[in-house]
Design a protein. Structure first.
Length: 65
């Protein structure tokens, strides 16, 4: 599953906003505030990055492996 770094995510409100934005696009979303990472299964990297940018978060896809 693709993992994205979201360095500006810092609180429960951030987490809720990200989940609300990505759940309609993804079959599975996991948000880790501690690691400041988001896992999103389903949409392309461009879709995830654009969706998060639309709500004010910069995200980058992390290498898998």
């Amino acid at each position: 599953m693709p993992v994205y770094s979201v360095p500006d995510m810092s609180c429960g409100h951030c987490r809720a906003s990200i989940e609300k934005t990505l759940l309609p696009l993804s079959s599975r979303v996991e948000v880790s505030l501690e690691r400041r990472e988001v896992l999103a299964e389903g949409p392309s990297a461009q879709e995830v990055i654009a969706a998060l940018a639309a709500i004010g978060f910069v995200a980058t896809e992390l290498p898998q492996g």
